[in-house]
Write a protein that binds this ligand. Structure first.
Ligand code: SF4
Ligand code: SF4
Length: 397
């Protein structure tokens, strides 16, 4: 694609990178075929190719930036388009750059929801308080936010455990409050393999929420905080393990996010290099896992952050089959469930349509359990599923 971005923008790291990505797109449109929002609206501007055009226009000084914002806000950042693109266009990175240029501010209800999400979700303590009192005040909340209040409140890992070697397990913000049993199960499973678990007491949000809302300053604050919390422990551990693929994909990107920061570029890249999804770590160990619910039929939903973001395919499926589960076929497995971080709150109608379609696909072969690998997908699907939705670690621990 030809571009005419302003010279002062191209002179910046962001502008140079945006220009490279834009120029790598050949406009073939293959990506539209796997874009969930294009499938919903049929509007070229709600597909990746159209959004890339809009982003180019934005950087070139678009006359109508509101139009760019509207269509970019409807993007799930699921990155299915990246998996499909034959030219390797880094759409997710381009969308992140565009969101920073647009900024996090919005007017009206969208602005209010965004501020509330940023104030609440990345802070486990506030989230826990909301989860405890939320059910009594849901009537006073915007409906999309009230739908997110969890039924049960869980806790994170209570203490570190010893072993012949150790790993650091990320606690996450939403995960420790809503599905703390996942990491507790993993800690027990690793203990049986004589692997100890450490936590980083000062770990905070991975930064993904602020990143997807286009708040660069808040993103970098969260990322630097985690590098400070995790990096000093790297010499004691085998790996940094994430059981929430949405957090894992962001930690793996810390090197890129901090590349321009002379104080954090090296340590950020080292934390990113040590981070693995739990499926990668357990596969590397080469131990077969034991089924907790032998004989059950499982529908596997690979989160976008795992299959597209981390480009991980087949690992969980192999571990579950090796444990003795029967995996049922799931049509359109590449499509997003509509959770997508804050999407279910900010774009509730499209999010619910995507969830309905995803649940029809997941439940089409009448499984006993739906398994996934990210807290967002797990809670989002649970709210509307007729089948029990669990993290796959809960099936082997
Ligand atoms: S598939 Fe890739 S190259 Fe083709 S239009 Fe989409 S992003 Fe551009
Ligand atoms: S990230 Fe997902 S929703 Fe956004 S353009 Fe790509 S495929 Fe479509």
């Amino acid at each position: 694609m030809q571009t005419q971005l302003p010279a002062d923008f191209i002179a910046t790291d962001r502008g140079r990178r945006a220009n490279e990505i834009l120029r790598s797109c050949v406009h073939c449109g293959f990506c539209n075929a796997t874009c969930p929002t294009y499938q919903l609206s049929g509007d070229e501007l709600d597909g990746p190719r159209g959004r890339i055009y809009l982003i180019k226009e934005l950087f070139e000084g678009a006359q109508n930036p509101e139009r760019v914002t509207q269509h970019l806000d409807r993007c799930l950042t699921c990155r299915a388009c990246e998996t499909t693109c034959p030219s390797g266009v880094a759409y997710g990175e381009l969308a992140d750059i565009a969101r920073v240029e647009i900024g996090p501010q919005r007017t009206g209800v969208q602005g209010l929801l965004r501020r509330l999400l940023q104030w609440m979700v990345p802070h486990a303590r506030r989230l826990r308080l909301l989860a405890r009192v939320g059910k009594f005040v849901t009537f006073a909340m915007p409906r999309a936010l009230a739908a997110q209040v969890p039924d049960n409140v869980t806790t994170g890992l209570a203490s570190d455990t010893p072993g012949s070697k150790q790993v650091l397990v990320l606690q996450g913000c939403a995960q420790q409050v809503t599905t703390g049993q996942v990491n507790q199960g993993l800690q027990q499973l690793l203990g049986e393999l004589d692997i100890g678990v450490l936590t980083a007491p000062k770990e905070g949000c991975c930064g993904s929420l602020d990143l997807h809302l286009g708040d660069e300053a808040a993103t970098l604050r969260a990322v630097r905080n985690n590098v400070d919390a995790i990096h000093p422990l790297l010499t004691q551990i085998d790996a940094v393990i994430s059981t929430a693929s949405g957090c894992g994909v962001t930690l793996k990107d810390y090197g890129r996010l901090l590349a321009a920061d002379p104080d954090y570029a090296k340590t950020g890249a080292e934390v990113a290099g040590a981070t693995v999804d739990v499926s990668e770590y357990l596969t590397g160990l080469g131990h077969s896992l034991k089924a907790k619910f032998p004989g059950k039929r499982v529908a596997w939903h690979s989160p976008c952050s795992l299959q597209h973001g981390q480009q991980s395919e087949g690992l969980v499926e192999a571990l579950l089959t090796g444990a003795g589960y029967e995996l049922v076929p799931v049509p359109d497995a590449h499509l997003c469930c509509g959770s997508a971080g804050t999407y279910s709150v900010l774009q509730p109608q499209w999010s619910q349509q995507l969830r309905k379609a995803k649940l029809e696909a997941l439940e089409s072969a009448a499984p006993d359990i739906i398994a996934t690998a990210n807290v967002g997908c797990q809670t989002h699907l649970s709210h509307a599923a007729n089948t029990r939705v669990m993290h796959w670690i809960e099936l082997v621990s």
